[in-house]
Design a protein around this ligand. Structure first.
Ligand SMILES: CC(C)(COP(=O)(O)OP(=O)(O)OC[C@H]1O[C@@H](n2cnc3c(N)ncnc32)[C@H](O)[C@@H]1OP(=O)(O)O)[C@@H](O)C(=O)NCCC(=O)NCCS
Length: 331
């Protein structure tokens, strides 16, 4: 799916993130698997990640991010009429994590549902909320992206354990006076799904179904380097913009080598590329909002700037969004 925004202007007026307190360095992981700090840094760029405690589930991580996003926008939770939670690690299948958050945050008028699109979930959530807001169906939305992948990782598998971390982010979306979203591209290739999958997680009963994530790293790497470039190019072309027009590039934080490859192919200089995979690893649906928050914190997300976000992940899925950054809510 690809399209440029031609309706009402919809922007992000609030942003909040949260990561668990527990830091695991590469060295800390050496007690679980046969790995080294040197290997992890060289092959992935990751130095440390956060892992939730045993008693923490997704909504425990996502709630503080949502509260921070609402505070950043300066709006009451009760004014939100749509909450979408993009995650592959909900507290449970039902009640949904979005319904739990709508209740605990105080959103009695909100439609609430969870969205499954792997690490691309946050991009899918932005596009869905955009559609509902631009049509006037929703007046104010909260899009949450977050995962606690540590709960579905095989702590004996070095090829996956070292890559991922836990974290969440949230944005308030609503009509804005200027700027806002310019367009989206979203895609999926279920044919490659078995390269990153969780076979024991649903209604299909496999013999000896594994309840932990499995990945063919080399295949996912090839897929990632391809779609991170094509998706960005497609959304830019659709919106009549070029790489030179983009001020801030926010790629999914899976692996520094994938980010470097995409940025190099697209032609982004390092100062335009947001990178925090070294501190958080791959936080799945939390990755792009966490990177946006870092860009905001270091002063790179300024009013009027053009921001390109591209994600990819399980499904296999990919997605991009182009937004002219503004926090000026429509009157
Ligand atoms: C997983 C990934 C980092 C592996 O890097 P790579 O350079 O492709 O490494 P390879 O898979 O070729 O493995 C090289 C060797 O390192 C070993 N290895 C794998 N993980 C290791 C680890 N944590 N520590 C030490 N050695 C490791 C492998 O067993 C292999 O050993 P062998 O040559 O004896 O078989 C890389 O393929 C990748 O990032 N893929 C994309 C994953 C991803 O982003 N997934 C999420 C998408 S949202």
């Amino acid at each position: 799916m690809i399209g440029s925004a031609n309706g009402r202007r919809i922007g992000i007026t609030g942003l909040g993130v949260h990561v668990p307190d527990r830091v695991f360095t590469n060295k800390d992981l050496e007690q679980f698997v046969d790995t080294t700090d040197e290997w992890i840094v060289e092959r992935t760029g990751i130095r440390e990640r956060r892992f939730a405690r045993d008693d923490q589930a997704l909504t425990d991580i996502a709630r503080p991010a949502a509260v921070a996003a609402l505070a950043d926008a300066g709006v009451d939770a009760a004014s939100v009429d749509l909450i979408i939670v993009a995650t592959v690690t909900p507290d449970m299948m039902f009640p949904t994590s979005s319904a739990i958050l709508a209740d605990t945050l105080g959103m009695p008028d909100a439609a609430a549902y969870d969205l499954l699109a792997g690490c691309t979930g946050f991009m899918y959530g932005l596009a869905q909320a955009y559609g509902m807001l631009a049509s006037g169906l929703s007046k104010r939305a909260l899009v949450v992206g977050g995962d606690v992948l540590s709960k579905i990782l095989d702590w004996t598998d070095r090829s996956t354990l070292v890559l991922f971390g836990d974290g969440a982010g949230a944005v308030v979306m609503e009509p804005v006076e200027q700027g806002g979203f310019l367009g989206f591209e979203l895609g999926a290739d279920g044919g490659g799904g078995e390269n990153l999958w969780l076979p024991g997680s649903g209604s299909r009963h496999f013999a000896n179904a594994d309840k932990l994530a499995k990945m063919n790293g080399r295949e996912v790497f090839k897929f990632a380097t391809r779609v991170m470039v094509s998706s960005a190019e497609n959304v830019l072309a659709e919106c009549g913009r070029t790489v030179e027009d983009v001020d801030v590039y926010v790629p999914h934080q899976a692996n520094k080598r994938i980010i470097d490859h995409a940025a190099g192919k697209l032609g982004f200089p390092a100062e335009k590329v947001v990178v925090n995979v070294d501190r958080y690893g791959n936080t799945s649906s939390g990755s792009i909002p966490l990177a946006l928050a870092d860009a905001a914190a270091d002063g790179r997300l300024r009013e009027g700037e053009l921001v390109l976000m591209t994600g990819m992940g399980a499904g296999l899925t990919w997605g991009s969004a182009l937004i002219e950054w503004t926090k000026g809510r429509a009157a």
